[in-house]
Design a protein around this ligand. Sequence first.
Ligand code: TYD
Ligand code: MG
Length: 424
Amino acid sequence: MAKPAAVQHVCTECGTSSARFFGRCPGCGEFGTMVAEAPPPRRGRPAQPEETSRIPTGVPELDRVLGGGLVPASLVLVGGEPGVGKSTLLLSALGAISQDRRALLVTGEESVAQVKLRAARLGGCDAVEILAETELDAVCATLESERPAVCVIDSVQTLWSQEVGSAPGSVSQVREAAARLLRVSKESGVATFLVGHVTKDGSVAGPRVLEHLVDCVLQFEGDRYHAHRILRAVKNRFGSTNELGVFEMTGAGLVGVPDPSEVFGRTHGGEVGAAVTCTLEGTRPLLLEIQSLVAPTDLAMPRRVGTGVDPKRLAMIVAVLSRHAGLPLGAADVFVNVAGGVRIDEPGADLGIALAIASAAKGVPVREGLAAFGEIGLTGRLRPATQTDRRLEECRKFGCGVVLGPETETLRKALAAALSESPN
Ligand code: TYD
Ligand code: MG
């Protein structure tokens, strides 16, 4: 006789599952997030899709992040906070796709009338088919019978299946929905976007488990109160993961920003604590303004707070500045901010970050029209950043007169050359 399936305890924050109940999740350490759920029915994993001819989405920035268009029959998760523009972005894409192919929007969050209102605002979406449905079986049956080339599920958290005994939005429901849609999309050849809400810590809500299932995970970031939005691939089975797309939210939807350096790479001349660096995001060099504030502190452990920079990298740069460039940062809080909500993942921006901090600490502005890039080593020696030529070209294109990095030997020398009040 088959053993009855045991109840699983699943964390609603991170998806960790365990046969035992824990008051504190062993996966993410949150308290009171484990809930009992019946295990989902087991299913085999379908074969991977072939990367045949990609479907252009009509949104060049989205195509870039996907790695050159949408792979047919792939499953793409688009995560982002409410209001960031997920529905807007995907409806524009469906509009463009529907010119040549069948495009279906499954909406569980908004009524057909609401979607049509947005479609009217965006324009060009008349051929998009709209289905207001939250029942998973019905959605899958529609996909199997209609077989659109591209489908958007907005959002995966609204789907529910009777087979799973928990509430919509719970980990098992979302996992079941994603697993079923994965199967249907591969078998029926439907490229599917799943919209997923993210929690305040930035992960796709509950189902971090989804990230293993899907082919691509795109993160849509940015402040809903600011116009610029960043789309990046966190996972991509069909392309690079560090490609970046930049959009501006306007009255008529999201508009791609083809030259983000123009927007993010400008400093106000003479401002203390600001420096421009050139990073490489995927294949794209990008000028970015880095801002820093250095303030005296009474704390035994001074703060090192970075927005858009890796905390370990920031701690390392502060330590090298103290040790090898003679900056007394031991009794100071250091804050660093990257323009436009961009996150820097590569060491080539080290020198720019160090310059902003040094400028703030000394109260001296960085020389005007200067951009800096290069990796800082623990010894205070600078190493050239990867693909120096492409970065140099971008700096020149945007009129940065002096570029520090490729030829500078040490951090100390770089600081002397970059701060307008040079020590010698
Ligand atoms: P939306 O796509 O609904 O966000 P999400 O699906 O991620 O929750 O869009 C959110 C915001 O964008 C909303 O506050 C209104 C604004 N918006 C514009 O500014 N211009 C537009 O053309 C559209 C459609 C939306
Ligand atoms: Mg939405």
